[in-house]
Design a protein around this ligand. Structure first.
Ligand code: SF4
Ligand code: SF4
Length: 95
């Protein structure tokens, strides 16, 4: 029996690549990080540890806020902050 080559296989579903930037993962969030600039020492621990690159920082290495479009509310940033400058609050507080 002759084995099939890749050209003999039926077409399958194609999933377009590189779509993660378009997915608003912030919609999954039930709690949100609230950053207190007055407590922040700009150590960037939150920026380094955030799994979603949702901590915003400028070119001078200063934190400027949170990107709620992507932030899933995991709370890692609040856990690693040495100054308690990030508080996790329920989304219901912001309706
Ligand atoms: S971890 Fe805390 S103190 Fe450090 S940059 Fe982030 S918010 Fe500021
Ligand atoms: S809650 Fe999680 S996803 Fe959101 S900014 Fe903090 S570490 Fe990033």
């Amino acid at each position: 029996m002759k084995l099939k080559g890749w050209k003999d296989l039926p077409p399958a579903t194609v999933v377009p690549a590189a779509t993660a930037e378009q997915v608003e993962t912030g919609q999954w969030r039930s709690i949100r990080p609230v950053w207190d600039e007055s407590k922040c020492i700009h150590c960037l621990q939150c920026w380094i540890q955030c799994p979603d690159r949702s901590i915003k920082a400028n070119e001078e290495g200063k934190v400027t806020g949170v990107d709620y479009f992507y932030c899933k509310g995991c709370g890692v940033c609040a856990k690693v902050c040495p100054k308690d400058a990030i508080e996790m609050r329920p989304e219901s507080d912001f309706i």
